[in-house]
Design a protein around this ligand. Structure first.
Ligand code: ADP
Ligand code: MG
Length: 320
């Protein structure tokens, strides 16, 4: 099978058609329409075999994670997703792998109403790069830089699940309970981009980021960009029953603080906007947990447990 046939058969034929796509896969470039009053948000993330996923991860999960991590970045900007492009580096044309991968990709694309509009296909080590694009009303993008001392810090969902899921997948940890094992592996392999929360937070959150590298690591981006400090109460960190059942409470806290790959949103809200936040979250039927407060100690992150400093020295994931 030649490159052209791979694209036709596995990607073009399965793609959904959006009305705003004038030219999709098949020409030298895609041509799309941006709605009036909206700004275009663009983000890219690469998944490398052996770095971002274990080589034996099901291709279906790899495809869905590649989409989810990109849509999570759009969610963190308050954007609504529209299109994706796929740059695929494959060691060989393995039809069975491509079938499962492209099915996973299209299933997720359809679920989120995003259209695959182009890409590139090359031979090389297994790597998947997706560029996702979406819309946000032109002055409503959520950023990392507008948080202020006094703002409250919230996170969606639960933290640390994907971290323990990774330890299970790497066989560094073996749980007795199969349901918990499956839940944690699913949290690792099939993250949920918090798109509803992201759009809900427009004009309400002062700053927002998705947690891809771990809470401690990612909140520091907000502290730096917004020139603030933060106090986080480790006893308030939201954790799943599966995580709490499986490890000691101090291990659970360390997973929640430092493990990456959860793709929850961390955001800040001023005192004046808190009422709007509650209404918006309730109407979207989503939950977020208050975990601490920003202050003026620029760049400093203070962790506290029951009003004592919490001793912490695990680092988030860093490539270099
Ligand atoms: P060019 O040589 O002009 O870059 P290609 O032969 O690489 O064009 O691609 C042909 C068409 O197929 C283009 O529209 C491109 O966007 C699309 N395409 C290539 N690879 C992929 C892929 N993995 N997924 C989706 N579309 C792809
Ligand atoms: Mg090309």
């Amino acid at each position: 099978m030649k490159e052209f046939n791979v694209i036709e058969y596995f990607f073009k034929a399965k793609s959904i058609q959006r009305k705003d796509v004038i030219i999709g896969i098949g020409d030298d470039g895609a041509v799309t329409h941006i709605p009036k009053g909206q700004a275009l948000v663009t983000t890219t993330d690469t998944l490398l075999s052996g770095v971002h996923f274990l080589p034996d991860t099901p291709p279906h999960a790899i495809a869905q994670k590649a989409i989810a991590v990109n849509l999570s970045d759009l969610a963190a900007m308050g954007a609504e997703p529209a299109w994706i492009s796929l740059s695929l580096s494959l060691p060989s044309v393995d039809k069975e792998w491509l079938e499962a991968f492209s099915n996973g990709l299209q299933q997720h694309a359809e679920y989120y109403s995003v259209q695959l509009i182009g890409g590139d296909t090359v031979q090389g080590p297994l790597a998947i790069t997706i560029t996702a694009q979406g819309f946000v009303p032109f002055d409503q993008a959520l950023t990392r830089s507008q948080a202020k001392p006094g703002d409250s810090v919230y996170v969606t969902g639960t933290l640390g699940d994907a971290g323990l899921g990774l330890a299970i997948a790497q066989k560094k940890c073996l749980l007795d309970d199969q349901l918990n094992t499956d839940y944690l592996l699913n949290r690792l392999n099939y993250p949920t981009p918090r798109l509803m929360v992201g759009t809900c937070l427009r004009r309400i959150a002062s700053a927002c980021i998705d947690i891809s590298d771990g809470l401690v690591s990612d909140i520091k981006h907000i502290l730096k960009a917004s020139e603030c400090g933060a106090t986080i109460h480790v006893d308030k960190l939201p954790m799943s029953q599966a995580l709490k059942d499986s490890v000691s409470s101090s291990q659970a806290i360390d997973y929640a603080l430092s493990a990456g790959d959860d793709y929850e949103l961390l955001f800040t809200v001023s005192e004046e906007q808190k009422g709007h936040l509650e209404t918006a979250l309730a109407s979207a039927n989503v939950h977020a947990t208050f975990i601490g407060q920003l202050n003026g100690a620029v760049g400093k992150l203070e962790l506290r447990q029951a009003d004592k400093p919490y001793d912490y020295n695990v680092k988030g994931y860093e490539h270099f």
